[in-house]
Ligand binder design. Structure first.
Ligand SMILES: Cc1ncc(COP(=O)(O)O)c(C=O)c1O
Length: 463
């Protein structure tokens, strides 16, 4: 039997995170304040603790992981690298398909890789309470889990549609002693405004972010901060433990570098976590195809312009240079709730502009079909977000078969789908349909960007 699981010992866990900002051939454009000028780190201080702001703006290549953070991560890390031999056999592909199994964390996804350090750095800074938003509920439950272990209060604004579709995610947050509120809510000015204009809105991550930021910055005690589960540089940094482990494990499986790296991308964190250590190899000359995958219903990377935009609907965040569908974008209620964000991590977007990354979009139905193929060969039931990556993996494995090439494909199994069975139920009973964002809708949403500063597309032209 071929080796299907590769485990690392605790002593082999990476002890530093990798920061792609140190190696990007073209630097990131700076975040801008309301006056259109680059913001200074202290302007972020009401929202984030200074120790995380330092990571956000750092250009150091390697950043130490605190021992106390590792001590919590050992509960599930190092995470297994598995080889999908049963899928390979089913497809009859010469490709070798490896996946990093991030579904083994207590909340069931990659999200605690950053929830734990974020909670830890906040606690170190003397903060008592964190607020956040959540789409699918994976991030909210991950932060609830981390805050509970570290001793912080946690309040989660959950996008209305997911709150209704995934009641058990809310229960998980309550088990870990957090408060979970449907967004838009009546608890904030941002939420009340949206509810007045659109009482039946399914909500969006952009609205929930506005609410969570407002709840943090209006705490009169000054002991509340906001925590974001994706998009920002420090979040992506924390996730690189995935790719750093995968590198060691591929070596143990006698593989060199992968030919293809794939992950789904909502705000970009699990994609960045797996791929950035390999993007560094690509910058240094390796030939690797690196594919972030998104839904056709929320085609940020494949159809959204590269522009300065706000990270939230109420326009409270700094302006970030990124691919965006416009901050007013309200996505259709597809089940991959974690992939419905209007923007994308600036580091991922700069990689796209530079030509290092090749984004791709998949329809909902083909992703569910891929998820069933996976569950009926490998056995595990993937999260709907993860299924988008699996759809791309299956395509690439079929292509390798057509070409008769022994490609090594590595992808991120970002989470399990055991809390997402209502989506599977809808698919199996034929209630789901594909949705492609109409051009006229897209134009309407991105019209707002015309009033904002323009983002220059800087690239070396090497890729
Ligand atoms: C299982 C899973 N995968 C992927 C994502 C997408 O987020 P990101 O792009 O930050 O990894 C989410 C978001 O909630 C998720 O729950």
């Amino acid at each position: 039997m071929k080796q299907v699981k590769v485990f690392l010992n605790e002593k082999d866990i990476p002890r530093q995170w990798y920061n792609l900002a140190a190696d990007l051939p073209t630097p990131l454009l700076p975040p801008l304040g309301p006056d259109g000028k680059p913001i200074s780190p202290d302007m972020l201080a009401p929202v984030f603790p200074m120790n995380l702001i330092e990571q956000e703006v750092s250009s150091k290549r390697w950043i130490d992981i605190p021992e106390e953070v590792l001590d919590i991560l050992y509960r599930w890390r190092p995470a297994p690298l598995r080889r999908a031999v049963y899928l390979e056999r089913f497809l009859g592909t010469p490709a070798r398909i490896y996946y990093k199994d991030e579904s083994t964390s207590p909340p069931g996804s990659h999200k605690p890789n950053t929830a734990v350090p974020q909670a830890w750095y906040n606690k170190q800074f003397g903060i008592k309470r964190l607020t956040t938003e959540t789409g699918a509920g994976q991030w909210g439950s991950a932060l609830a889990f981390a805050c509970n272990l570290i001793g912080l209060e946690c309040k989660v604004f959950m996008v209305r549609i997911s709150f209704d579709q995934k009641p058990f995610r809310k229960t998980m947050m309550q088990v870990w002693d957090a408060k979970c509120i449907a967004s838009p809510s009546n608890e904030t000015n941002a939420g009340r405004k949206v509810l007045k204009e659109m009482p039946d809105t399914p909500g969006s991550l952009g609205i929930a972010i506005s609410e969570a930021i407002e709840a943090a910055v209006t705490d009169p005690t000054g002991q509340t901060r906001y925590s974001l589960g994706s998009v920002l540089n420090h979040v992506l940094l924390h996730q690189t433990i995935i790719g750093l482990e995968a590198k060691k494990q591929l070596k143990m499986a006698s593989e060199k570098l992968p030919d293809i790296v794939i992950a789904c991308a909502g705000g970009g964190s699990n994609f960045a976590g797996l791929s950035f250590p390999f993007v560094a190899d690509k910058i240094n000359g390796a030939n690797i195809k690196i594919i972030p995958v998104e839904p056709t219903a929320c085609p940020t990377m494949t159809r959204g312009p590269f522009a300065y935009d706000f990270g939230d609907t109420a326009c409270t965040t700094p302006l970030l240079a990124m691919h965006t569908l416009g901050h007013a974008f309200i996505p259709p209620p597809i089940h991959a709730g974690g992939l419905r964000y209007h923007g994308m991590a600036p580091l991922v977007c700069q990689g796209i502009v530079e030509g290092l990354l090749e984004p791709r979009a998949y329809h909902q139905l083909v992703s569910y079909e891929a998820a069933l193929t996976w569950a009926r060969t490998e056995g595990f039931i993937p999260a709907p977000e993860t299924s988008q990556a699996i759809a791309a993996v299956i395509d690439e494995a079929k292509k390798a078969k057509e070409e008769g090439k022994e490609k090594v494909i590595l992808f991120n199994y970002s989470g399990h789908g055991l809390m997402d069975l209502s989506g599977y139920d809808a698919y199996l009973s034929g209630k789901l349909t594909d949705y492609e964002l109409p051009e006229a809708e897209l134009k309407k949403y991105i019209k707002d960007l015309e009033k904002l500063p323009k983002a220059e597309m800087r690239k070396t032209g090497k890729w």
